[in-house]
Write a protein of this length. Structure first.
Ligand SMILES: [Fe+2]
Length: 318
């Protein structure tokens, strides 16, 4: 029973707004814990109710797990307000930024051709860029959110978060961060068109299977072209994140400076995230061994200057 309810920070609810999901308070009576409806989903949580809760030192409300999606859609709509609210702790903000991205990506992977996919991605990136640029604790708290479980949608979120934090470290401006980050978030959308058995195969891929996986780049290009609304610079991380500096990557086998800076950085982050994430066929590596593998076994794949900066960025935690 208890596991059916999940806590949400009261600070994330804007006064006088409807969350869309029922909000409960936790009541302890002797050994029993009960969840009592406090505000139903189609009613706004009034400011005086929030004040009353805070007065009683109740900082968390609860939602039923089955309504988590509704809460995340609400959070997505309130992200800007939350990010700019100085009273909300950076840990709470980072968790929300991360969970909203995960929710968006789950929807996109379920329905890659939905008309609002590009807008939702761009909005999330725009809010995250503002957050990362204007909050001194954003980098450390966001890095803590990066997950080590492997799902393609989590990988997309992690690559985008790492990329945006690294882009700040490289002093890209806000517009560049937006274009780069949106491309990173959507870089693997083409994997929705690949057979799941092949994608998650536990073991060596046959030549045919590898050729199929490689097609995810073209599929992504096609889906994003059809959807429209994406800045042309956002296509570089999508189209070039498997290109290698020595020309042995795919889909085009581009070499050196034929690869755009966004492509060079995307390749580094894509590989780093894959190595530090638990996969169907390997355990997660710690950052240092992952960077060591990249340096020793894949040296010719990466742009040296960006790779060194990336190592320095991780060492500094931003
Ligand atoms: Fe990929």
């Amino acid at each position: 029973m208890q596991n059916e309810y999940i806590p949400i920070a009261l600070s994330t609810i804007q006064p006088n707004t409807c969350t869309g999901c029922n909000l409960y308070i936790k009541i302890r009576a002797d050994a029993d814990i009960r969840y009592v409806l406090y505000c139903s989903g189609n009613n706004a949580l009034k400011e005086d109710k929030i004040k009353e809760l805070l007065y009683k030192q109740i900082n968390y409300l609860f939602i039923n797990q089955s309504e988590e999606k509704l809460y995340l859609r609400y959070m997505e709509s309130q992200l800007k307000e939350v990010i700019h609210d100085p009273s909300i702790d950076a840990n709470v903000k980072s968790k929300m930024v991360y969970n909203v991205a995960k929710s968006i990506m789950i929807d996109i992977f379920n329905d890659p051709r939905a008309g609002d996919n590009v807008d939702r991605s761009k909005n999330w990136v725009a809010n995250t860029v503002e957050y990362v640029l204007n909050n001194k604790d954003a980098t450390s708290t966001m890095l803590n959110m990066v997950s080590h479980d492997y799902y393609t949608y989590t990988h997309c979120v992690d690559v985008s978060v790492l990329g945006l934090l690294f882009a700040k470290y490289l002093r890209l401006d806000g517009k560049e961060m937006n274009n780069f980050g949106t491309g990173l978030l959507l870089h693997d959308i083409g994997k929705t068109q690949i057979n799941l058995g092949t994608l998650n195969k536990n073991g060596k891929l046959s030549e045919v299977e590898y050729a199929e996986i490689k097609k995810h780049v073209e599929f992504a290009h096609e889906i994003l072209n059809d959807l429209g609304g994406l800045n042309e610079d956002s296509f570089y991380p999508v189209l070039q994140h498997h290109e290698k500096l020595n020309g042995k990557g795919y889909p085009k086998g581009l070499k050196g400076n034929e690869i755009h800076d966004y492509g060079k950085i995307a390749t580094i982050i894509d590989v780093y995230d894959a190595l530090t994430t638990k996969r169907p066929y390997s355990d997660a590596r710690k950052p240092f061994p992952a960077l060591q593998i990249m340096k020793e076994l894949m040296d010719e794949h990466f742009d040296e200057v960006y790779f060194r900066s990336f190592v320095a960025f991780l060492g500094s935690r931003g």
